[in-house]
Design a protein around this ligand. Structure first.
Ligand SMILES: CC(=O)SCCNC(=O)CCNC(=O)[C@H](O)C(C)(C)COP(=O)(O)OP(=O)(O)OC[C@H]1O[C@@H](n2cnc3c(N)ncnc32)[C@H](O)[C@@H]1OP(=O)(O)O
Length: 426
């Protein structure tokens, strides 16, 4: 096989991230994705007809737009001759879009593509009871008045009420917050440390906004003649004192996670333009970073290790590339919960964990001053899949601002999954 091409991140664009139930309530996730795709097209001036593929990741799938990549790219004005594909890997859905595109580029299958993560929690798909669904399917064969009457006669009041999605993990039946409470007990994370990490996240996010770092990749969204230009979740009033007043929400008796130390349900989209090194050179594009490698992992006990994906995937990625934690200048980790980050840090320096996952190699803690230096999901919110592409964008920008050669981006995800992506500054 001929030499592999390098896959480059050329630029990114994202919508402002908004708390769910706000200004984006009337938008579908493909529309949010279309804003981010139009953003990267405008920033790169690339001819959309030349794109080899548009990929999208989303966690909560809207039934009417099951291939959300296709609807988003068409809405963004990309010609229908460009193919589109949607990936699903829980919170790593957009990460999987990025790594798939990188592989296509590296193997020479395509020269360029767009990966977008998109999510809305303002309009989640609701289902009806199985009895009502089965009855409705039967009516497709026989919709006579008597059949309709027979079905209506069989229904009880609870059958016609919408079924809210549980938000829980299918295998364990537990919510992500409940799983994290189990993890933090095992790894000895304290409420004080969790609150302090959250204050840090809000402070750093606000500082990065004040310095204009985060706005570099934000493109405004117009809703009802109003221009939405800013994230609305970071809080100046997030202090140790205000957090101390909040009660635990997922384990009310002995838990440590509160509304303040959990990432919030958020709407938004973030897209990246990826090209081969040669394509970038031929088209006068100046890439930000090269995607050097990646590693996915699954935890061995989903119930007790649900969000330890970073600790399972980071040492695998580092070892594969003969790098140490110290070699990495920029770390971007998804902050699902403050306590989850702290549990992962404890795992990274644990010989017990290393024995189980990494043949005894202890990678070591990530230095705090290199971790999420422009804030993170605790303050910005977490539009699930969009967080994956947002983190890569931030890491690429930070490498330039901090003159770092390497960045590692890592996320946990439902189902006990984890990913780590290695970037090199260009
Ligand atoms: C791979 C993954 O990402 S897994 C993670 C997946 N994501 C999740 O599971 C979502 C987790 N988050 C949640 O479920 C929700 O955000 C919850 C349940 C934790 C909180 O939701 P809500 O109760 O709606 O939070 P709400 O915004 O009302 O805040 C509750 C209170 O905390 C306060 N508060 C929230 N955040 C902060 C903060 N950072 N600092 C200070 N106070 C805060 C609010 O002001 C509010 O106070 P009030 O009652 O006096 O008005």
């Amino acid at each position: 096989m001929s030499k592999l091409s390098k896959a480059m991140i050329v630029c990114g664009s994202r919508t402002p991230f908004l708390d769910s139930g706000g200004a984006y309530s009337q938008l579908m996730s493909y529309e949010l994705a279309a804003y981010a795709i139009r953003g990267v097209l405008a920033r790169s001036d690339i001819d959309p007809e030349q794109l080899g593929m548009v990929m999208a990741g989303t966690v909560v799938h809207e039934v009417e737009t099951s291939n959300v990549a296709r609807e988003a790219m068409l809405a963004a004005g990309i010609p229908s001759t460009v193919p589109a594909c949607t990936t699903s890997m829980a919170g790593l859905s957009a990460t999987a879009s990025v790594t798939s595109l990188c592989d296509m580029i590296s193997l020479g299958r395509i020269d360029s593509g767009i990966a977008v993560g998109t999510e809305t929690f303002s309009d989640i798909p609701l289902r009806y009871s199985r009895t009502l669904r089965r009855g409705a399917m039967q009516l497709r064969q026989d919709s006579s008045a008597s059949s309709v009457m027979r079905l209506l006669g069989q229904l009880r009041p609870r059958d016609i009420l919408p079924v809210m999605p549980s938000g829980g993990d299918f295998t364990t039946g537990m919510s992500m917050g409940e799983c994290t409470e189990v993890m933090v007990k095992h790894w000895g994370v304290t409420r004080d440390a969790s609150d302090a990490f959250t204050v840090r996240s809000h402070k750093l996010t606000l500082a990065a906004l004040a310095a204009g770092h985060l706005q570099q990749d934000i493109d405004a969204v117009e809703v009802d003649d109003t221009l939405v230009s800013d994230d609305n979740s970071p809080r100046a009033n997030c202090t140790l004192e205000s957090l101390a007043r909040l009660k635990p929400v997922f384990d009310k008796t002995s838990g440590i996670i509160t509304a303040g130390t959990a990432s919030r349900f958020t709407d938004g989209a973030a897209a990246l333009l990826l090209t081969s090194e040669a394509y970038a050179a031929e088209n006068d594009l100046t890439p930000l970073a090269c995607v050097r490698d990646y590693a996915f992992a699954g935890v061995s006990d989903i119930g007790s290790e649900m969000l330890l994906g970073p600790a399972a995937s980071i040492p695998r990625l580092l070892a594969k590339n003969k790098l140490s934690v110290e070699d990495i200048g920029v770390w971007e980790l998804h902050e699902a919960f403050a306590a989850q980050i702290l549990a992962n840090q404890a795992c990274l320096e644990s010989s017990e964990f290393a024995q189980q996952y990494h043949a005894g190699w202890v990678a070591g803690r990530i230095p705090l001053e290199r971790l999420n230096a422009w804030g993170g999901s605790l303050a910005l919110g977490n539009p699930f899949a969009a967080t994956g592409t947002r983190l890569l964008m931030t890491a690429a920008r930070r490498m330039h601002a901090e003159n770092a050669r390497y960045a590692v981006v890592s996320s946990c995800a439902g189902g006990g999954l984890g990913a780590a992506v290695l970037l090199e500054r260009v």
